[in-house]
Design a binder for this molecule. Sequence first.
Ligand code: URP
Ligand code: ZN
Ligand code: ZN
Length: 463
Amino acid sequence: MSTLVKSGTVVTAHETKKADVRVEGERIAEVGENLQPRTGERVIDAAGMYVIPGGIDAHTHLDMPFGGTTSSDDFETGTRAAAFGGTTSIVDFAIQGRGTRMRDALDTWRKKAEGRAVTDYGLHMIVTDLGGAGLEDMDDMVREGVASFKLFMAYPNVLMVDDGTIFKALSQTAKNGALICMHAENGSVIDVIVARALAEGKTAPVYHALTRPVQAEAEAVHRAIAMAEMAGAPVYIVHLSSEDALNQVREARDRGVPAFAETCPQYLLLSVEDLERPGFEGAKYVFTPPLRPKEHQPKLWGGLKHDHLQVVSTDHCPFCFADQKILGKDDFTKIPNGGPGIENRMQLIYHHGVNSGKLTLNRFVEITSTAPARIFGMYPRKGEIAAGSDADLVIWDPEARHTISAKTHHMRVDYSMFEGFEVRGNARVVMSRGEVIVDAGQAAGKPGRGRYLKRTAHGGAWK
Ligand code: URP
Ligand code: ZN
Ligand code: ZN
């Protein structure tokens, strides 16, 4: 099947031009001016629209056991919701159980996705144990296309690993070309502060934020970068939330150190005040690192503009308010950590970034698609509009108005962190490998059509 996307404005990370895009099978065949439709070819009219590469969300947690429950979106509901918002690839996280092999976790997560995913999906591996054959397991994962690993400096006794383990993992990537993604918060210090708060009877959701100071994040970012420098490897800081942490990344990058970082819409648009909402409502905003005072938001936007931050992902980890967040009604430490956002990332960053003049259109494409494709070993197959790339295309209507709400969203979660937010700019048609998977607000992609993305090591962070 051949398709011609006609009369649109093609926007990539590096240029904006009037052009038509011809798709043959799963790939882009040509990009050029005044391409003529061929007999029998489907034509999609993109006049007045932007044609952008499908969004890539490099940080999601679908069907993930966490905090005594499981995230409420699975690979079907989560990737379908992603597609509605213009995201055509995700990278989710498999978790190595302590004392088990990484291959077991990879098999488990691939089974969760197979037969369900609507979009393409890759997997990072969360490393909890490098004893036994852990280092060989990392090489094995790289051969399987798991070209990145996440390590936790937070959540002692659950996911946290010690500095020696982090250094060993970083050193292994110096040999195999994978990328370490770091959850950077000083978990040991935070646990002491949390215990003190609980002893003082401070159990409301806001104490989740008040017990995780910015210094705990900045210190861990500093330590992570220092260890990466010693190991001779790049490092990628996930879900960076504060100016203090950003300063650490910027200082390292200014010295030429290959340190990279992502932030998420929630840190750009929400604040600690959301955790103070009346009743137990603040639990909807409990995730880690926590929301910060509003003053951090312009610093993060500035970081995106000036490439001190490279990526916007969502850290989509939804838990329903009614029967999951409620587990922490009397104790904030029991609130499952995580929030939903996979569907709204592109809309929010376009509206609050491009429409407000904080980001150029090209930078919007770069931070939501091209940069994650490069950094995570998918470029130029993903994140680009050029002959030979996968035909993951979004026909983006810059004038479409939409009010975000749990009443209308497609994520399987009973609230929205961005309830009532009005945005201008939305995905109209979404193509994944040449197939229309969302058309004017209607789902068209079958569960199970999404494919596992085997990613390559020595991605953009190594260049
Ligand atoms: O609170 C969060 N962020 N939940 C998901 C797990 C993680 O740390 O990314
Ligand atoms: Zn994390
Ligand atoms: Zn996460």
